[in-house]
Design a protein around this ligand. Structure first.
Ligand code: PCA
Length: 208
């Protein structure tokens, strides 16, 4: 049985909830799939999230790491394709730390590609009627740092990647784009179930 480490994030930026933690909790509570699932919530802290993620990977030796977080402005589930070696925070993290133009890893490469089957995941989400896109930037805040750290921390052959979620209906500030809570949980479940699938080569990317 393959082990999957699934993470969401604490609330941040004044919000009371983070829909990624809600979706992860809901998937973990109902999980009846083929894998062994370990769920955790990461702090919105550059130092704390990276350290906890490394600990969880060392402790559980997962076959795949599926990290999720909130991208508050987005209207679709975004399967992230690349983590960049950059921490450039528009707002302080929950520890009050605000790195500007610093690398996640001073000795690491400029960027690392997700090793989840990103195109297949977008296709499966789309087939399930969930608005989804392939994304070329996870930003430069804690989520991108977690994606880059996960990709650096896993032993070779272990998959890792990140999915950004929009607000859920129950957490969205007035007027913000959102999807139903159940749809976000369904999206996370699809990503967990298919994290170890082979990629589906398909035309993709964007022109700009
Ligand atoms: N979203 C933030 C950090 C935590 C979260 O859920 C981000 O996109 O970096």
């Amino acid at each position: 049985m393959a082990r999957i480490l699934l993470t969401g994030f604490d609330p941040f930026d004044g919000a009371l909830r983070n829909p990624s933690a809600d979706a992860v909790a809901s998937v973990a509570a109902d999980y009846d799939g083929a894998h062994e699932l370990m769920a955790a919530t990461l702090p919105v802290s550059f130092a704390g999230a990276g350290a906890l993620l490394r600990e969880l990977i060392a402790e559980h030796a997962p076959h795949a790491v599926v990290a999720t977080g909130l991208a508050g402005g987005r209207a679709q589930v975004a399967v992230e394709r690349i983590g960049v070696n950059l921490m450039d925070a528009r707002i302080p993290d929950n520890d009050g730390v605000q790195p500007v133009d610093e690398p996640s890893d001073a000795d690491g490469p400029a960027a690392l590609f997700s090793t989840l089957p990103v195109k297949r995941l977008v296709r499966l989400l789309d087939d399930a009627g969930i608005p989804a896109q392939l994304s070329l930037s996870a930003g430069s805040y804690v989520c991108n740092h977690v994606l880059y750290t996960a990709l650096s921390a896993v032993p070779s052959g272990v998959r890792a990647g990140f999915v950004h979620l929009p607000w859920s209906r129950s957490t969205a500030p007035a007027g913000a784009s959102h999807l139903d809570d159940a749809l976000l949980a369904a999206a996370v479940r699809i990503v967990v179930d298919h994290a170890l699938d082979a990629e589906e080569p398909a035309p993709g990317g964007s022109i700009w």
